[in-house]
Design a protein around this ligand. Structure first.
Ligand code: F6P
Length: 744
C-alpha cells in the first residue's frame, strides 16, 4: 500500500510542478491573444466608421460626429472615441479618461496602439491616421477597456488549472493502479517462489521479465528453508559433523577467519635446541580449536613461541594441527614494546581487572592504549591480507581486540563480523571509569553480532551503550543501531568439545588414580581434590587454600586422608599483581602444609607448571573432587572439562556462584569463594557424598555439557551469522526488485 501511495504521490508531485511551470506562460499567452483581438476590433470599428467620420469632419458637423461616436461606444467593449488633430482632442465621448492626451497616442503617421493605465485599469489606445479631403489631417482614437482581456486571461488560467489538476489526479490514480497491478504480480511471484521453496517443488516459474532477480530470490528462499531444516535436525546433537554440515548447508563457499591473541599451537625451543609443541592453557583455545578444525579456514593470532618463526612458511603461515592439518594458523609478530603496551598494559592491567570483580585496581595508561590501538590495526591488516573475498565471516575473540571489529568493518564493509567477549562485562557504572569507554563501545559496535556468555553481561553492555554513546537500542530485539549499522547483542554460553579429544587414550579411572598417586608420592588410599588453571587472581586460588585450612581445622579427621593438588600454569608473570599472587599462594600452601601436615603428609601440593590437556584430564579422573572457586569468571571451562572427564560418573564439582558455568551446572556444590568456612564445609560434604548422589549429579551435568557443547556454541553463532547474511541479501534483492518494478 505504501509503495502505491508513493507512486500516486510522485505522479501528483510531477503534475504540480508541470502546472506551476505551465500556468504563467498560458496566462500571458491568453492575455496577448486577447489584446490582439481588441486591436482587431479597433481596426474593424475604424474601417467601418472611417468614411462616415471623414465626411462629417469635412462638413464640420459636430452634432452628427458626437452622435456617431456615442453610438459606437454603446458597444460596452469600446470605452471611448475621439478625434485628435493639431487642435488637440475633439468630439470625445463621455467616458474619455481625464488623463488622455493626444500627444500620448497620435504621434506617428501610421496606425499605432499603446496601453495606458487609469484608475487601476489598463486601457488600449488605438490611433488611426485619417485624412479629410479638405486637407485636415488627424487621428481617430479608439479606446478599449483591457480589463476584459485580463479577465479572459484569469479565466483561462483558472480553467487550465482545473483541467491540469484533473489530469494530474487522473494520472496519479492511473499510476497507482499500474503500480498496484505490478506489485500484485511481483508479490504473487515472490509468494510462488516461497511456496516452491517450502514444498521443494519446481512450480511455475516467477515472471522473470517483470522481476529479473526472481531466480535469485528463489535461491535465497530455498537456502533459508534448508537452513531451517538444518537447525531442526541439528539442534539436539551438535558435533563436528553437524557443525560441518550446518556450515556447508548455510555458509557454503564462505570464508571463515578467526582472530585471537593467543595462538592454538605454540612452537617452543628447548634448551637442547629441540622444537616442542605446546597447547596453551586457555579456555578460548580449548573452545575454538575444535571448532576451527571443523570449519577450516584461517586463524590469525600472535606468534608467541620461541620457535614460532622457524616453523612458518614465507607468508607467516603454518598448517595445523601439525600431525593432521585442517586449517591455517597465520602468525602475527609483536615486538616486546607492542606486547608490553597492548597485552600486558591495556589488555591485562586495564581491561582484565576492569571487567572482573576481583578487587584489583585497573591501571589505564595512555601509552598502553596507543599501542593497543596500533596492534589492533596490525591485526586488521592481517585480516584484510588473509581475506580472499570481500565478505568473509570474521570471528573476533576477546578483550584484546575491542577496536578490531570497527577497523575491519571500515575496510571490509560486507564482512560478517562476529565478536565474542570471553570475560564478564561489568555494570555500566564500573565500566564508566574506563577512559577509553566510548572508543571501546564504538569499536565493538563494528560487529554484526556481539556475543557474551550470559544475558546479564549482554544487559550490562546495553546499559553501557545507553549511558555513554548516542545510539538506538532495541531492547526487544537486543540490538544496537549505531552510525546506521545494527549490531545484535546475544548470549552464547561457551563450552568444550564433546567428547573431549583429551579423553581419548585415557586409562580407566582406577589406573589414573594409581598413576597420579605414584607420580606425586601419595599413599594409595588418599582422597584427592584438584584445582587446575592459570595462576590468575580471578580464579580464587588463595581463597580455596584457605577453605582447605578451614576443612582441616573443622574436620581434622581428613588430615592424612585428603590432599589437594593445585595445578597453576604460570601466566602474565611480568605483571606485579600476578607475581604477588604467586608469592602469596606459595607462602600460604607452605603455611597450611606446616600447620596441618607432617613429614609424610602434605595437604596441599602446589604444582606451578604448564600441563598438557591429557595430563590435565588424567588429574581430573584421579580426583574425588574438583574445586573451581573463581572470584569472577565469564564462564570457566575447567568446570565443564572436569564433568566431561568423568565418564565413570563419579567425582564432585565444587563451583563458585560467580563463574558463568554455575548458571548451567547447577548440580555442582555451588559456593561463595569469599566464604572460606562454608567452602571448607562443601569440601567435607563432597568427600562424604554417596556414589549414588555423585552419579545423579554428574549425569545431569554431563547431559548439559554434552548437549550444550562448543559445536553448539559455534554453530549458533555461525547460523545467526548466516541468517543475518541471508536477511541482508534478501533486503538487497527486494530493494533491487522494487527498483526493477518501478522501472517496469
Ligand atoms: O578468559 C579470557 C581468556 O582469553 C581465556 O579465554 C583464556 O583462558 C585466558 O584469557 C587467556 O589468557 P592469556 O592468553 O593471557 O594467557
Amino acid at each position: 500500500m505504501k509503495i502505491i501511495l508513493r507512486f500516486g504521490g510522485i505522479a501528483l508531485l510531477v503534475a504540480a510542478i508541470v502546472i506551476l511551470a505551465v500556468l504563467p506562460f498560458a496566462t500571458s499567452f491568453v492575455e496577448q491573444w486577447s489584446r490582439r483581438d481588441v486591436e482587431l476590433r479597433s481596426r474593424l470599428v475604424f474601417n467601418s466608421a472611417r468614411d462616415q467620420v471623414a465626411s462629417l469632419l469635412q462638413k464640420n458637423d459636430a452634432a452628427s460626429l458626437t452622435a456617431l461616436f456615442d453610438r459606437i461606444t454603446s458597444d460596452e467593449r469600446v470605452l471611448a472615441i475621439g478625434y485628435c488633430d493639431a487642435n488637440g482632442l475633439s468630439y470625445p465621448t463621455k467616458n474619455m479618461p481625464q488623463s488622455f492626451s493626444c500627444e500620448q497616442a497620435a504621434r506617428s503617421n501610421a496606425e499605432a496602439s499603446a496601453t495606458i493605465s487609469e484608475d487601476n485599469r489598463n486601457i488600449l489606445v488605438s490611433a488611426f491616421p485619417l485624412k479629410v479631403s479638405s486637407g485636415r489631417t488627424g487621428h481617430l482614437v479608439i479606446l478599449h477597456d483591457l480589463s476584459y482581456a485580463e479577465q479572459r486571461g484569469w479565466e483561462a488560467r483558472n480553467y487550465l488549472f482545473l483541467a491540469l489538476t484533473g489530469v494530474a489526479f487522473g494520472a496519479a490514480a492511473l499510476a497507482s493502479v499500474i503500480a498496484m497491478l505490478v506489485m500484485r504480480r511481483w508479490l504473487a511471484s515472490i509468494r510462488l517462489a516461497i511456496e516452491n521453496a517450502r514444498t521443494g517443488t519446481a512450480g511455475a516459474p516467477a515472471d522473470d521479465e517483470l522481476i529479473p532477480i526472481g531466480q535469485e530470490i528463489r535461491d535465497v528462499l530455498r537456502e533459508l528453508e534448508s537452513s531451517r531444516r538444518t537447525i531442526d535436525a541439528a539442534h539436539t546433537d551438535w558435533s563436528p559433523e553437524t557443525l560441518r554440515a550446518a556450515l556447508s548447508n548455510e555458509l557454503s563457499g564462505s570464508e571463515v577467519i578467526v582472530v585471537s591473541n593467543r595462538e592454538p599451537y605454540i612452537h617452543n625451543k628447548t634448551e637442547s635446541g629441540d622444537i616442542t609443541l605446546q597447547i596453551p592453557a586457555s579456555g578460548l583455545v580449548a573452545a575454538l580449536e575444535p571448532v576451527t578444525r571443523a570449519c577450516g579456514g584461517t586463524w590469525i593470532a600472535h606468534g608467541s613461541g620461541s620457535a614460532d618463526r622457524e616453523t612458518v612458511d614465507p607468508y607467516d603461515r603454518v598448517a595445523v594441527p601439525p600431525d593432521h592439518p585442517l586449517y591455517t594458523l597465520r602468525r602475527v609478530w609483536l615486538s616486546e614494546e607492542e606486547q608490553d603496551g597492548y597485552y600486558y598494559g591495556a589488555a591485562n592491567e586495564g581491561l582484565w581487572p576492569l571487567c572482573h570483580i576481583a578487587f584489583v585496581r585497573p591501571t589505564f595508561r595512555e601509552s598502553d592504549w596507543r599501542m593497543y590501538r596500533a596492534v589492533n590495526e596490525k591485526f586488521a591488516d592481517a585480516v584484510v591480507a588473509e581475506a580472499k573475498r570481500e565478505d568473509p565471516i570474521v570471528l573476533v575473540q576477546d578483550y584484546h581486540f575491542a577496536l578490531l571489529p570497527r577497523m575491519i568493518r571500515d575496510r571490509l564493509p560486507r564482512a560478517t563480523i562476529v565478536t565474542f567477549w570471553h570475560i564478564p562485562w561489568p555494570n555500566a557504572e564500573t565500566f564508566g571509569i574506563c577512559p577509553w569507554r566510548e572508543e571501546i563501545i564504538d569499536g565493538l559496535l563494528g560487529s554484526s553480532i556481539l556475543g557474551f556468555h550470559t544475558q546479564a553481561h549482554c544487559n550490562h553492555f546495553l546499559d553501557a551503550v545507553d549511558a555513554y554513546v548516542e545510539s538506538r537500542i532495541d531492547r526487544e530485539k537486543d540490538s544496537v543501531t549505531f552510525g546506521g549499522q545494527e549490531t545484535l547483542i546475544r548470549p552464547y554460553p561457551i563450552s568444550i568439545e564433546w567428547p573431549p579429544t583429551a579423553l581419548e587414550g585415557q586409562k580407566p579411572v582406577p589406573e589414573c588414580r594409581l598413576a597420579v598417586r605414584r607420580r606425586l608420592g601419595l599413599p594409595d588410599d588418599i582422597r584427592i581434590g584438584v584445582g587446575i588453571e592459570r595462576f590468575d587472581y580471578t580464579k580464587g586460588i588463595v581463597d580455596r587454600m584457605q577453605a582447605i585450612d578451614f576443612l582441616l581445622t573443622d574436620h581434622p579427621e581428613w588430615k592424612g586422608r585428603f590432599t589437594f593438588i593445585q595445578v597453576a600454569a604460570p601466566t602474565r608473570s611480568k605483571l606485579a599483581s600476578y607475581r604477588q599472587l604467586q608469592d602469596e599462594a606459595e607462602a600460604l600452601a607452605k603455611e597450611i602444609n606446616q600447620k596441618h601436615g607432617s613429614d609424610t603428609y602434605e595437604p596441599i601440593k602446589l604444582l606451578i607448571r604448564h600441563h598438557q590437556p591429557d595430563q590435565v584430564f588424567e588429574l581430573f579422573r584421579a580426583a574425588d573432587l574438583c574445586i573451581v572457586s573463581s572470584l569472577h569468571d565469564g564462564m570457566n571451562l575447567v568446570a565443564k572439562e572436569f564433568v566431561a572427564a568423568r565418564d565413570d560418573e563419579e567425582g564432585v564439582l565444587i563451583l563458585s556462584a560467580f563463574a558463568g558455568a554455575s548458571r548451567e551446572l547447577s548440580e555442582a556444590l555451588i559456593v561463595n569463594p569469599y566464604n572460606g568456612h562454608a567452602m571448607g564445609q562443601a569440601i567435607d560434604r563432597a568427600l562424604r557424598m554417596s556414589p549414588n548422589e555423585q552419579r545423579e549429579r554428574l549425569r545431569l551435568m554431563r547431559d548439559q555439557v554434552r548437549e550444550r557443547n562448543v559445536y553448539r556454541w559455534a554453530g549458533q553463532m555461525l547460523l545467526a551469522a548466516s541468517r543475518l547474511r541471508k536477511r541482508q541479501r534478501i533486503r538487497r534483492l527486494i530493494k533491487a526488485g522494487r527498483r526493477a518494478a518501478a522501472n517496469a
